[in-house]
Design a protein around this ligand. Structure first.
Ligand SMILES: *Cc1c(COP(=O)(O)O)cnc(C)c1O
Length: 376
């Protein structure tokens, strides 16, 4: 990567992280060993849920969570369009149909009123996405899920380390999903996790990530038993001990990462407060925002994006509304006009560099360039 190019997101790896992984390389278990359980236990403790299941990506975690929720062919799952395609793709993996509910204009979080309008007799799950790192309106979403007897799944890939009404993000829904891709709040390289309180969900997920087989290699070795049976169709979605050791080490640094992200966001907010052309998204008062992304709205987004990029600033756009992707148009018949709020936002949003190791001088340069460009 060009040394002068500033990405929008990036991992922070310390000597302690490296040592944690090295230790595993010298141990007896490279996968499905003690680090997996240790990382799962630490995540369950951090979020405050009974169970956690580590898998090898956030996408695998979404697939696993929806399988646990019992999603099958013919079911409908309500998802917001303002997310990474994987959120809706996981619904399609199970033969079910993603139904797009629009987002709230000021926060770009799923709009509970739009969710209600999309419910049909085939609806089984509401999928909430904690976009940019702040929690959705879970008071409303939980009420809707209760009233219509739906399962609530949170795509909390952005919000690990954030809080909703002082409770950790990822503790609101029936199943919550995290990603450990390098740009996410903590990383394992690739990796993901699902947390849940319900034991039936947990059992289904443990089997699903291991081919549908009811015991794992370590259990069989410890019980001196060769016997295993496959009872359902699963996948190899296991996360290795190497990855889990890194995840465990990173989890210990999470709260410091979030404090630093919030400091960066506060500095952006202050810098743009007097510039009416730059409109940061709104943070709901009950949220402690984790700032996976710092998103603002502005006119002439495409011109400013190009100019910032040409100056080495890796700003980005999160996201192309999922229902506008060619695959969705072609296979699900989605089109413009289905989610007008998300579509309008899409032409105006810009994500600025934000990550724990972002240098103050680099942030000042981003601010200076953006203020200059938006004054033109
Ligand atoms: C990153 C991300 C995913 C997918 O996670 P991977 O680990 O890259 O598979 C899903 N949903 C959202 C909202 C994400 O940001």
């Amino acid at each position: 990567m060009n040394k002068n190019y500033l990405p929008y997101g990036k991992q922070s790896i310390s000597d302690i992280d490296i040592e944690a992984v090295s230790k595993v390389l010298n141990s007896d278990w490279l996968t499905t060993g003690p680090q997996v359980q240790a990382f799962e236990t630490a995540m369950a403790d951090y979020i405050g849920t009974n169970h956690a299941v580590a898998v090898n990506s956030g996408t695998a975690a979404l697939h696993t969570a929806l399988f646990a929720a019992g999603i099958e062919r013919g079911d409908e799952v309500i998802v917001p369009p303002m997310t990474f395609a994987a959120t809706a793709n996981a619904v399609v993996y199970l033969g079910a149909k993603p139904v797009f509910a629009d987002v709230n204009r000021s926060s770009l979080l799923i709009d509970p009123q739009s969710v209600i309008e999309k419910i049909t007799p085939a609806t089984k799950v509401i999928m909430a996405v904690d976009y940019a790192g702040q929690a959705c309106d879970y008071d409303s979403l939980k009420r809707i899920a209760d009233e219509y007897d739906l399962i609530l799944v949170a795509d909390a890939c952005h919000s690990l380390g954030g809080k909703w009404n002082n409770a950790p993000c990822g503790s609101q829904a029936d199943l919550s999903v995290f990603s450990f891709h390098p740009v996410k709040p903590i990383t394992t390289g690739e990796g993901g996790m699902v947390v849940a309180d319900n034991k039936t969900f947990y059992d289904r997920m443990q089997i699903f990530r291991n081919h549908g087989i009811t015991t794992d290699h370590r259990q069989r070795q410890e019980q001196s038993n060769w016997m295993y049976e496959m009872h359902s169709l699963g996948f190899n979605y296991r996360l290795s001990d190497l990855h889990c050791a890194l995840g465990l080490s990173q989890l210990g640094r999470l709260d410091a990462f979030i404090l630093r992200r919030r400091e960066i966001a506060t500095a952006y907010d202050a810098a743009f407060a007097d510039c009416t052309a730059l409109q940061p998204l709104e943070t709901m008062p009950y949220n402690y925002h984790g700032y996976h992304l710092y998103v603002l709205r502005l006119q002439e987004r495409n011109r400013i994006f190009q100019d910032l990029r040409s100056r080495g600033i890796g700003c980005n756009v999160h996201y192309i509304p999922v229902h506008l992707h060619p695959w969705y148009r072609k296979n699900l018949g989605t089109s413009e006009g289905m989610c007008p709020v998300a579509e309008e936002a899409f032409s105006e949003i810009l994500s600025l560099p934000i990550y724990p190791d972002l240098e103050r001088t680099d942030q000042e340069m981003v601010i200076e360039q953006l203020l200059e460009l938006s004054a033109r």
